[in-house]
Design a protein around this ligand. Structure first.
Ligand SMILES: [Zn+2]
Length: 316
């Protein structure tokens, strides 16, 4: 074994040490070892070594099977930049590159919306309508185009910042807790992210759980607060959630999760950390859904689950 591969092995084992595992009731063994290796950007031998070192797996037909979220979070924790989760995160965080003027200039987006169901034979749902005006944007069009909807929206970023220590603290405290590992940011099973108090008690947060924690703390501090849900726009839009706190006559968005993630990517502008404390980014699009509900409701006869997809359409 060369020193290079043994350094990588140490990195994987260190990440496994820090990994907050998906709690038992939410664990689902869906990935085989080959799929897990692909997800991690590692060898099959590495996955077997990690299972031997304690990465949770269930013995199934054809070998051990792992939980998709454990594997994704292990990739994020290792930080080798090879896992599929990190590559997706890197694409999303191009929003933190460049100069702040670029984050707040007016942009027009043509978006392809679908809401497919993961049950075979289910037609899915009609996508719900975004509400760009919740963040000072405009919905120009929302039109059926056969099996999908084309939405045209204008987004306008808005630089702003808290004027009071109480609002600043809501953001700064959670960012510090992400930095010091009090909360581990990761991908959560949908049944767990629907139970933010349970996820937080396990020290695991995704954007929705983080937004819920900040909403609760802001209210405890006597501030009006709400969770907002939507998408980070891009070629492949990513579902996202953040918290808005009322200060004076305006609602300030607080998004320490994006700031935390951006700092892991060397292309990010350091000014992005302050920007996420109160500013609106021109890649954010809001939906009118409640924080604890999916963006598209779906009562599936086949037991499936719908996810909204919102991707940028290029060209005319
Ligand atoms: Zn369905």
């Amino acid at each position: 074994m060369t020193s290079h591969t043994s350094a990588a092995a140490d990195t994987w084992l260190g990440a496994l040490d820090r990994l907050r595992r998906v709690p038992g009731p939410y664990f689902r063994a869906t990935l085989d070892v080959t799929e897990a290796a692909k997800q991690l950007g590692a060898s099959v031998e590495t996955v077997y070594a990690l299972i031997g070192a304690g990465l949770p797996a269930e013995e199934g037909r054809g070998g051990p099977r792992l939980d998709y979220h454990d594997v994704a979070n292990l990739g994020l924790a290792a930080g080798l930049g090879r896992s599929l989760g990190e590559l997706a995160e890197g694409r999303m965080l191009r929003m933190a590159a460049g100069e702040p003027e670029g984050w707040v200039k007016e942009r027009t987006w043509r978006l392809r919306l679908t809401a497919p169901c993961d049950a075979d034979g289910c037609p899915g749902e009609r996508p719900t309508t975004p509400r760009p005006e919740l963040l000072d944007g405009t919905l120009l069009d929302f039109a059926d185009a056969g099996d999908h909807i084309v939405a045209t929206v204008v987004t306008r970023g808005l630089p702003d910042a808290p004027r009071t220590a109480a609002v600043r603290a809501v953001y700064d405290d959670l960012l510090a807790e992400l930095d010091d590992g009090t909360y581990q940011f990761g991908w959560l099973p949908h049944r767990l992210r629907a139970l933010p108090a349970t996820a937080a008690a396990h020290g695991m947060v995704d954007c929705r759980v983080a937004a819920w924690i900040m909403e609760r703390r802001a209210r405890e501090a006597g501030l009006a607060a709400r969770v907002r849900v939507g998408f980070v726009l891009g070629l492949v839009g990513v579902e996202h959630a953040w918290t808005e706190v009322l200060e004076g006559d305006r609602w300030l968005p607080l998004d320490p999760v994006l700031a935390f993630l951006a700092r892991r990517h060397r292309t990010s502008n350091p000014a992005f950390t302050d920007f996420c404390r109160g500013s609106v980014h021109n890649r954010l699009l809001a939906w009118p859904a409640a924080a604890d509900r999916p963006l598209v409701a779906h009562d599936c006869a086949l037991g499936g689950r719908v996810t909204l997809a919102c991707n940028q359409l290029m060209g005319r």
